[in-house]
Write a new protein. Structure first.
Length: 162
């Protein structure tokens, strides 16, 4: 029994260390239980390696009061030269029966892939923004407050091991 527990603990530590070695940027914004439609979450990152591939991950922490089974976001990435790439993204947030996806019990942590294998060719500071686009069914205007959201973040990790 003790040997199995030790082996499991060692495997967990190896996987955790590998992920931490890949992580090059992590920043989170608090939203105190709801996310206002006009509250654009902004992040800045200066890559150290313009030849490496990176994964961009949106991080979201929500609780059981989150009212939808999906999440619509608009993301923008601004290059040091001023060029902007904008994406509209949709993520699944719950099972068909309403049980929320993600890690954790009361607060669910979701790592949502934003972009994969990105190269930051330009040297300098990149700016990212994330805004929700949620609305009630049959409504034209966006939902003013998206309940159940506590944190929005951006993580950037190396795509491969060094």
């Amino acid at each position: 029994m003790n040997k199995a527990l030790i082996i499991l603990l060692v495997c967990f530590l190896i996987v955790s260390c590998q992920r931490n070695e890949r992580l090059v940027y992590s920043n989170y914004k608090e939203t105190v239980g709801h996310w206002h439609k006009d509250s654009v979450q902004r992040f800045s990152f200066t890559p150290q390696d313009t030849l490496e591939d990176y994964n961009l991950i949106v991080y979201l922490r929500n609780d059981q009061t989150y009212p939808f089974t999906n999440l619509h976001l608009v993301t923008k990435m601004e290059f040091p030269s001023g060029q902007i790439i904008s994406d509209t993204l949709e993520y699944k947030m719950a099972h068909p029966d309403g049980r929320l996806l993600g890690q954790g019990n009361n607060l669910k942590e979701n790592r949502l892939l934003f972009k994969e294998k990105v190269k930051f060719f330009e040297a300098g500071e990149y700016h990212f923004s994330i805004q929700h686009l949620m609305r009630e069914a049959e409504e034209i205007n966006g939902l003013e407050l998206l309940d159940g959201v506590y944190n929005i973040g951006l993580e950037i990790e190396r795509n491969s091991q060094k």
